[in-house]
Design a protein around this ligand. Structure first.
Ligand SMILES: C[S@@+](CC[C@H](N)C(=O)[O-])C[C@H]1O[C@@H](n2cnc3c(N)ncnc32)[C@H](O)[C@@H]1O
Length: 211
């Protein structure tokens, strides 16, 4: 990882580590109704450094070049994906619903010297990822969990054989339908990775074995 990328990530992780109060305030809004992305508009709710480094390693070892992400927030996980993509000559498509978060993420990508390989798409992932190019070989799911399964099914026809799917926050009950599907479907192998944050699922698309 080059020094620009390293120093941007260090700054962002530092800020993310100080946001306990911001997250608590956001979560409080979801006590009497389902939590909305807007409730977390100021929060990173980001992947950890360890999760990021695992993704970089997987991208490099498997020579992944067509990387797609659901859930940009301020761009911490996206920068790890870009660090991996820089090594393989790949590119990253990422998507975020909230315009304010997109604006900050784009600045972070520029600061890290990675904006040229990141295509940040503002809007609802079910729309913005609909026209992703085929041959996706690395997918990250880290947005609202109820969209994990519909998004996976929407993107499946575009997976390259061996496509790796990394999914965060699978310990939440709302991720259960996704886990039931991906762990029991003959087209995937799937297991939880032992990362510091917990709830990180790694799945591999084996090709369409049900045809
Ligand atoms: C857990 S955060 C992502 C953290 C980011 N991956 C990181 O590690 O830095 C989830 C993000 O998904 C966004 N989101 C929620 N629903 C979405 C949707 N339907 N389409 C696009 N983004 C969405 C939220 O606004 C939030 O910023």
């Amino acid at each position: 990882m080059d020094t620009r990328m390293q120093s941007t990530l260090a700054r962002l992780h530092q800020a993310a580590n100080r946001e306990i109060l911001t997250i608590a305030k956001g979560l409080a809004k979801g006590i009497f109704r389902p939590l909305q992305p807007e409730d977390m508009k100021d929060a990173y709710i980001a992947m950890s450094r360890e999760q990021g480094e695992v993704m970089v390693r997987l991208i490099q070892e498997n020579h992944c070049t067509n990387i797609v992400e659901f859930g940009t927030s301020f761009g911490i996980s996206t920068l790890y994906l870009a660090a991996g993509a820089k090594e393989t000559g790949g590119k990253v498509i990422t998507t975020e619903l909230l315009p304010e978060k997109c604006a900050v993420a784009q600045k972070n990508f520029e600061e890290a010297g990675a904006a040229d390989i990141i295509d940040l798409r503002e809007g609802d992932a079910m729309q913005t990822l609909r026209d992703c190019p085929a041959d996706i070989d690395f997918l990250v799911l880290d947005g609202w969990n109820d969209l994990y399964l519909p998004l996976l099914k929407m993107l499946e026809p575009k997976f390259k054989k061996g496509c790796i799917v990394i999914t965060d926050n699978t310990n939440f009950p709302s991720a259960k339908p996704f886990l039931n599907y991906i762990r029991n479907h003959p087209n995937y192998t799937s297991e939880q990775l032992p990362t510091d944050k917990g709830g990180t699922e790694k799945s591999v698309w084996l090709g369409n074995r049900t045809l």
